[in-house]
Design a protein around this ligand. Structure first.
Ligand code: NDP
Length: 326
């Protein structure tokens, strides 16, 4: 038997509970992992609260991330005792995920834990942090450098935003942070933000083009915020868009793209190829200050996960949430 959060659905709606499950119920896979740590990301909170159509198969164990130790493996690349991490690949959506004591997955989805990280630190980063690094790498790939000018991060107090601010500042960028919680300015300044801007400057319908301010931007919000960010990019600026915390819509015009040569780079962490994942984790070991990472992390017991999911969706959690399992 093993403990896991279980989401079930029937004609009366969705139910979520911490359940004891028989190992025979684990899905197909060639590697069984004893989970040491998991996390709570925005997507997990959407799945657990039922506020977004994340789960595509029921019953489902949520959790898009885990770190743990291989217990059994028929994959030639993994042996019992190996320390591994998994992010995405449909876990918590179509395949049972990481908010559980045990997981059974495809070996192709696992990456070895970077030696620089403990299980807890790896999950402190989790999908949110690894996505923040994919965004930074996209800005770099499109030519943004610290000397290009100021870089903007939206939803800055959240998980992706906090890691993005910390990494960009460590790399020498001048970071401006957009937040709906200006009372968290001190926290953002500690992570390295030089300027804090209120979300209200960005979340109303704006002009197709505004004054040119940002050389790069990382957006987790979408909606009017993303449209206004695009409108205020410098000539040939680059926006890495990864989130929808403010909505799915993109009420923008083509003006920034055709008149200023702005690039909108879409970021997907779920199906991202393995070599780019490895590179992102390698870079995180180098470019993210572990002390800042610890300072942005809260630990939540698996018994508290269901309640904390509501707070996370309400935008009331700060930074990253780690769920220790074993
Ligand atoms: P968090 O909940 O930790 O952070 C989201 C932040 O967005 C909040 O802290 C808040 O920041 C801001 N926000 C929340 N609600 C609103 C709103 N209604 N309008 C404007 N801003 C809002 O989530 P994560 O950081 O884990 O994820 C952020 C987004 O990125 C999510 O949409 C998630 O689904 C997406 N994501 C996408 C991935 C991909 O592969 N493309 C991977 C990982 C995440 P503040 O208080 O500072 O304003």
């Amino acid at each position: 038997m093993f403990k896991a959060i279980l989401i079930e659905k029937d004609e009366n709606g969705q139910r979520v509970s911490l359940s004891e499950l028989d190992e025979s119920r684990l899905p197909e896979g060639d590697v069984t992992v004893r989970i040491a740590c998991s996390t709570l990301n925005y997507k997990d909170a959407l799945a657990i609260t039922g506020k977004g159509p994340v789960v595509r198969r029921f019953p489902m164990v949520p959790g898009i991330d885990f770190a743990g130790v291989v217990e059994q493996s028929t994959d030639p690349f993994f042996r019992p005792g190996d320390k591994v991490v998994l992010n995405g690949w449909g876990l918590g959506e179509v395949h049972w995920g990481g908010l559980s004591e045990l997981a059974r997955v495809k070996g192709d989805w696992l990456i070895p834990l970077e030696p620089a990280f403990s299980f807890s630190r790896a999950m402190s980063i989790g999908t949110a942090g690894y996505t923040a690094m994919l965004c930074v790498m996209a800005l770099e790939r499109h030519g943004v450098r610290p000397e290009s000018g100021e870089v903007l991060v939206t939803g800055a107090v959240g998980g992706v935003g906090s890691v993005a601010v910390a990494v960009l500042a460590k790399l020498g960028y001048e970071v401006a942070a957009v937040t709906g919680r200006v009372e968290e300015s001190e926290y953002l300044a500690r992570l390295g933000a030089k300027r804090i801007l209120p979300r209200s400057d960005f979340n109303q319908q704006g002009k197709p083009l505004a004054s040119e301010q940002w050389a790069g931007a990382i957006d987790v919000v979408g909606g009017h915020v993303l449209a206004n960010v695009c409108a205020s990019m410098k000539y040939r600026g680059v926006v890495a868009a990864c989130g929808l915390a403010g909505g799915m819509a993109f009420p923008a015009t083509v003006a920034p793209f055709i008149l200023r040569g702005v690039t909108l780079a879409g970021i997907d962490s779920v199906m991202c190829p393995l070599d780019e994942r490895r590179e992102a984790w390698r870079r995180l070991a180098e470019d993210l200050d572990p002390a800042l990472l610890d300072g942005m992390t809260q630990h939540v017991a698996i018994e508290e996960v269901i309640g904390v999911s509501e707070q996370l969706i309400a935008g009331a959690m700060r930074g990253r949430v780690v769920v220790p399992i074993a």
